[in-house]
Design a protein around this ligand. Structure first.
Ligand SMILES: NC(=O)c1ccc[n+]([C@@H]2O[C@H](COP(=O)([O-])OP(=O)(O)OC[C@H]3O[C@@H](n4cnc5c(N)ncnc54)[C@H](O)[C@@H]3O)[C@@H](O)[C@H]2O)c1
Ligand SMILES: [Zn+2]
Length: 341
């Protein structure tokens, strides 16, 4: 299966199915992480045809999505003396693709990169759309660039080695898209156990993102819906120093928080809220959370990069639609979040 991501400025293919040969006429720097490389680097290298292939390893995990990690990738790129004709190739989850995307965006003012995503989350979400970046002490993904890949190669076979917890976390991004953009996909997820319909489930999810990104690449309107649950999620991840919750887990909790707020504002009916909760529960994503310190949680919400006037909350309006609200006062928010305080 193949989808084409088409924006005003870019177009690139997303291939879904058995990994096909990747050919490049000049040098390729393959970047992977310390968990993925021992499992899958050889498979990738067996499919890669290029005159010169270099490899670079980063440490696995969100806490390594840092400047230091970027400097390491750039160092390998300079050592290999990559030119603007050359290619970086990310093999791994969203951490690897976000970092390789950013490193390739700034290396010699930008060279091409491609992605072979190996987590469900990266296959259905992080690898498509051109957002790249890293975290710093002020928060998540606060440094980065729009830099679309030249191609994305999604092979669900890579997911056979993915820990169950990581797989479930990837589901959160699928539910996110269903709630904000596509009621039929939501119903499909309710009635089709993903493990048995993996390739089609991934395809449908990527197709939604492709359509959203095509209409709004730079996040001026429609694309904001992809941030449903994320304002809260980023604060949750930061509060846990990026090591207590997986990104998808934090998004799942964040969606429930957004739902509570939407319910309070009359945007969402209780029955719909319960339906979303039930779907999350099916995938083990109905997770408990306690906001240890509301004031510092609130401060972290204020750091979110979507904010312009106030904290930007993406709130579902029934199934298949959303609104972005920046007019929430602190006390309304606190009341809506009482279940987590
Ligand atoms: N750019 C975007 O549009 C976008 C969208 C969503 C998420 N993201 C980013 O993606 C990141 C999360 O991505 P993720 O969940 O893929 O995290 P990740 O890259 O940290 O991967 C999760 C873990 O699984 C391991 N792993 C990866 N593939 C494996 C495999 N096939 N078998 C066994 N282990 C494997 C990794 O080493 C890591 O320990 C976050 O930093 C988030 O901000 C970006
Ligand atoms: Zn996300």
């Amino acid at each position: 299966m193949r989808l084409d991501i088409q924006t005003k400025d870019f177009s690139y293919p997303v291939c879904i199915g058995n990994l096909e040969q990747i050919t490049h006429a000049s040098k390729v720097l393959v970047v992977s992480d310390s968990i993925v490389a021992p499992l899958h680097l050889n498979t990738l290298l067996s499919k890669l045809k290029a005159p010169h292939i270099f490899t670079h390893m980063i440490s696995s995990g969100e806490e390594h999505k840092t400047w230091q990690g970027i400097e390491g990738i750039l160092e390998s790129a300079f050592q290999a003396n990559l030119s603007r004709k050359d290619l970086m190739l990310a093999l791994g989850g969203g951490v690897v693709s976000d970092m390789v995307g950013f490193a390739s965006a700034i290396y010699k003012r930008g060279i091409a990169f491609q992605i072979v995503p190996t987590t469900l989350l990266a296959q259905v979400d992080a690898s498509v759309g051109g957002k790249t970046g890293i975290n710093n002490k002020y928060g998540k993904n606060l440094i980065g660039a729009f830099h679309p890949p030249r191609a994305v190669h999604i092979d669900p076979l890579f997911l056979t080695t993915l820990p169950k917890r990581e797989f479930k976390a990837g589901m959160a991004e699928m539910v996110k898209k269903a709630v904000c953009f596509d009621k039929d996909y939501f119903k499909w997820l309710e009635s089709h156990p993903l493990e048995q319909h993996l390739e089609l489930g991934i395809y449908k999810s990527v197709a939604i993102k492709a359509s959203v990104v095509a209409q709004d690449e730079k996040e001026e309107g429609l694309r904001r819906g992809l941030n449903y649950g994320h304002t809260f999620a980023h604060a949750i991840e930061k509060a846990g120093a990026y090591s207590t919750h997986l990104h998808g887990e934090a998004v799942a909790i964040g969606m429930q928080m957004a739902n509570a707020l939407a319910l309070k504002l009359g945007l969402l009916e209780q029955a719909t809220q319960e339906r979303i909760q039930a779907l999350l529960k099916t995938y083990g994503l109905d997770l408990p959370y306690h906001i240890a310190d509301f004031e510092s949680f609130y401060k972290d919400l204020q750091m979110d990069k979507k904010n312009t006037k106030g904290i930007c909350f993406i709130l579902p309006k029934g199934l298949g639609a959303f609104v972005a609200r920046e007019d929430m006062d602190k006390s309304t928010l606190k009341e809506a979040l009482h279940a987590w305080l």
